[in-house]
Design a protein around this ligand. Structure first.
Ligand SMILES: [Zn+2]
Length: 305
């Protein structure tokens, strides 16, 4: 695992310790409580009371400028300092890079399955602002999938042995599309770059798409297989993506109960000689599967209708 490069910004008023700790610090924190994250941030930075107040005001100002958004389905409040346009611009560059680097599968049967499942999920998502595209990457060694901002979905052939059928694939695509709809990557970027750089330098770094910004983007969107950097979504985001994903699946006509099978198979993959890379950003344990089970009654209402 390669550590993220230090920020290239000059004059960023943060300690070198903070730079090194920033990703670790945020990796496992829940994102649900705005106040909790903010106070943790200030604590890390060991700011005095006055500068703490200034940070609060600055962040509130950012929220005023960029709007703290709400996640779909759950309605959870999110700190969002990356605009949808900035996010999509970074996403489009990542999209071009992936297509240049990876080999697109020519397997007609598998591609047909991906298009069928992908478009059924896309129709259920009702996001006419998304420019949907579903690409199968030929690489059996990489068990991964992700959705870039704006709806560019990539699935590696390596994950198909865990998805097994259309329902399993719908579980993965529903979950990844849910991350994109809820802008979880932008949320991760906002907090990571804010901790690294501070708000002003962060805006410059995003605007100019500095090398560090691109690395943080790749990490925040689960492109781990491509860049060797892992920044798992928080537990809160994972549960939220499971929740939204199950409803997308059900609305698309896939039995959401089939999601359990996929996550159980993936969990068993942990002990394989080369565990699925999807696990690096999607730790699967008993709690997760139990939580999915508890969400099924709600999802099944959409499946029945
Ligand atoms: Zn996820």
């Amino acid at each position: 695992m390669i550590p993220l490069k230090k920020p290239e910004m000059q004059g960023a008023e943060i300690s070198s310790k903070l730079k090194a700790q920033s990703l670790k610090s945020y990796r496992n924190q829940p994102l649900s409580a705005f106040g909790f994250r903010l106070s943790a941030l200030m604590q890390r930075r060991r700011l005095g009371f006055f500068s703490g107040i200034m940070s609060v005001l600055a962040l509130l100002f950012c929220c005023f400028l960029y709007a703290c958004s709400q996640a779909p389905v759950t309605g959870r409040s999110q700190v969002m300092l990356v605009s949808p346009e900035q996010e999509r611009s970074l996403g489009f560059n990542a999209y071009k890079n992936i297509l240049q680097k990876e080999r697109v599968s020519q397997d007609q049967v598998l591609n047909q399955m991906l298009q069928t499942v992908g478009w059924r999920i896309a129709n259920a998502a009702r996001r006419p602002d998304f420019d949907w595209e579903f690409t199968l990457i030929e690489n059996d060694k990489v068990a991964n999938a992700f959705c870039l901002p704006g709806g560019k979905v990539f699935v590696y052939t390596g994950i198909l042995k865990y998805t097994e059928d259309e329902t399993g694939l719908a579980t993965v695509i529903g979950h990844e599309v849910a991350h994109a709809m809820a802008r979880h990557g932008a949320e991760r970027m906002s907090l990571t770059l804010l901790a690294q750089l501070g708000e002003t330098a962060m805006q410059t770094a995003i605007r100019t798409q500095s090398a560090n910004t691109i690395r943080v983007f790749d990490a925040a969107y689960g492109l781990a297989a491509n860049v060797g950097v892992m920044l798992p979504y928080s537990r809160t985001q994972e549960y939220e993506a499971d929740h939204i994903g199950l409803i997308l699946m059900a609305k698309s006509g896939y039995d959401p109960r089939g999601a359990l099978g996929f996550w159980e198979r993936l969990s068993r993959g942990k002990s394989a000689s080369s565990p699925p890379s999807f696990l690096s950003t999607h730790p699967t344990d008993y709690d997760r599967i139990a939580k999915i089970r508890s969400l099924l009654p709600e999802a099944l209402e959409y499946y029945a209708n």
